[in-house]
Design a protein around this ligand. Sequence first.
Ligand code: ZN
Length: 375
Amino acid sequence: MLDRGPDRAELAVEVAPGLVPTGLSDGTAHPLRDGHALPARRFAQVAHLGVVEEDLQALTHAMSIWAQADECRFSVRRVGWSAMPELPEVETIRRQLAPAVEGRVLRELRIDDPRWCAPLAAAPLGAALEGRRLERLERRGKYLIWAFAGEAFLLAHLRMTGTLLIDPPAGTRYERVRWRFGGPGGAGPEIAFCDPRRFGTGELALGGDALDTFLGARLGVEPLGPDFTAAALRAAARGRRAPVKALLLDQRRIAGVGNIYADEALFRARIHPLRPAGTLRGAQLADLRDAVVAVLTAGLGAGGATIDDFRHADGVRGAFQDELLVHRRRGEPCPVCGGEIIKLVAAGRGTYVCERCQRPPRGARVRGRPRLSRG
Ligand SMILES: [Zn+2]
């Protein structure tokens, strides 16, 4: 299940109190795929399911049969998407955290989950940072960079389901790490990293050179920075036979774009995601560059798109999901031409397109149809 991550829909199932579904309450097992029917009279009041979106109807159907048999009320509703936070989501969190923590001394870095910073052990990581003043909280791509005095950098990545909360209550669900800062009168703000699926990471770079090496090996151009020009995108696309969507998702080329914003940018630029990047004309790449900047900027303006487990630092959800034109809108009419939005796989990811607005490349168009034989 976990490897399906980005295409999962998170569902909440609400049923009558006192009934608990075995295999569901841990949020990992899949009742249909696992081949067992939902057992009667063993349901939780609210069970969070990780199931792929396609299974929603099948699950609803199975539960309706079960519910009729048992005369039990239930509802299945989608509570969010397990998609990775992308640049706008990470930047939204950074902007909220920075005023609270910049300039403050880190008193304690409490790491409850050693996997977060492995292979580095929790104790030396804490020792390297505790007692230092946080000079700046920065972002590159999807990394949050905690820049401490003396050029000690903590590089945090939220991955699939991580988020950072300001002053959450003790014992917050899925809490893995807690930063305790000092304040003028003693105790200052506390930041908690919460991450149900535990893919988030924390890494240490000591010295500016180490930071540059770390980022240089992983991240390409910053799409909202001055270097992301049409010429830069042309250079990145030149000669590449991989689909253009793969180019957008490649963090070493363009840092911070993920599945949601790639789909939206390609739709706005009227480019099919399966088009080999190297076959795009200069004007198309210029349009695509503008579209990437536009969707990321709009996402930032809306406080990011709300993804399950993604919250602002103050616990509020973003709103950009309401402005998505194609992503997760399979079967709905295209907002431009009225054609049907379809879902296909590009760069290994669930991808949403209007093939009237985004003309498929020749190879993709003839796929599945018989070719006429000549002679
Ligand atoms: Zn269309």
